[in-house]
Write a new protein. Structure first.
Length: 312
């Protein structure tokens, strides 16, 4: 579906673009794997204007249900009205000037969340939805706009339900939103010359391989070989897309898996260590304590004091 008619102009290049986790929050702080909030929750604190900034390793969908907004994506500024979805991949400079009391939602997530525990089609849909920044109008398809609004509202409800941040239904709803976005995006063009897009696609493939081989404790060399890259290149690419080294990506995922098994199963620590590919429980405990600052047993006993890595 083509972008809606709009007023467009070029924006002068900025000498320094602020980088945030969520807008106004330190970019070096731990990013939530998934976060959703109303447009007014943050923009009303800044007189309904979000200054141009970027996110590293964070993908966003801004849903405007009703209201007007001036959108900056890189150096292009356009004025649009809802209902529409604004898709913002990592590294794209974006800023917004909302009409007061704009009705909408902002979904922020990482690529890891979208491919974790799933198969190839999810990763492919994710790449398709976030190939480039885009304004996706749904004004001419009220049925599609209604579906998107219902999905996002259900996601908000589930996200704010106590103890549901890592529940499967939150994951399913977020993936459904991304899947629906792929139905709205125009057909892909030739993107072979787009280095940033190529890197995001390779990084998503890396995440998929991590999901497939996590319990085998693959080395970085094995991942790099499967991707057809030198190990150093894989590390540079991971830092560019996610602001983490490739090894940190793997270790963070392994830590989350350990936390989930400690929470949702009664298996002994030694059994969990073996299931995760560790040679012995002592090595697993050292790895875990280095990551979270406590032993696996302490984490299991005091779970409320140690939230899952990446889930805030």
């Amino acid at each position: 579906m083509p972008n809606p008619p709009s007023r467009s102009r070029r924006k002068p290049a900025r000498s320094s673009i602020p980088a945030f986790a969520l807008y106004g929050e330190d970019a070096t702080s731990d990013k939530e794997v998934l976060h959703i909030e109303e447009v007014r929750a943050r923009s009303s604190l800044y007189q309904w204007e979000i200054s141009p900034h970027i996110h590293k390793g964070l993908y966003q969908v801004l849903w405007v249900q009703k209201g007007a907004v001036e959108v900056q994506l890189d150096e292009t500024v356009q004025s649009v009205e809802g209902p529409l979805a604004i898709v913002v991949p990592p590294g794209v400079v974006h800023g917004f000037k909302f009409a007061r009391d704009t009705d909408g939602l902002v979904l922020s997530l990482s690529a890891r969340f979208m491919v974790e525990g799933e198969f190839q089609p999810v990763g492919e849909a994710f790449c398709a939805a976030f190939e480039t920044a885009a304004l996706l109008s749904m004004a001419e398809d009220k049925g599609l706009a209604t579906r998107m609004a219902h999905l996002l509202q259900n996601l908000v409800t589930e996200f704010h339900t106590p103890a549901s941040s890592d529940a499967p239904v939150v994951q399913w709803l977020a993936r459904s939103v991304i899947w629906l976005l792929t139905q709205v995006r125009p057909a892909r063009g030739d993107t072979r010359g787009n280095r940033t897009l190529r890197n995001r696609r390779v990084f998503t493939r890396f995440l998929q391989l991590v999901e497939q081989h996590l319990l085998e404790q693959w080395s970085l060399a094995q991942y790099a070989t499967r991707l057809g890259l030198p190990t150093q290149r894989l590390n540079r690419l991971a830092r560019e897309v996610s602001n983490q080294s490739a090894l940190e990506v793997v270790h963070e995922r392994l830590t989350r898996e350990a936390c989930r098994r400690l929470i949702y199963t009664t298996a002994p620590v030694g059994t969990i260590a073996a299931e995760l590919g560790f040679e012995d429980a002592a090595y697993f405990s050292r790895f875990f304590k280095r990551r979270l600052g406590c032993t696996p047993l302490t984490f299991r006993q005091q779970r409320d004091h140690y939230p899952l890595p990446g889930l805030g």
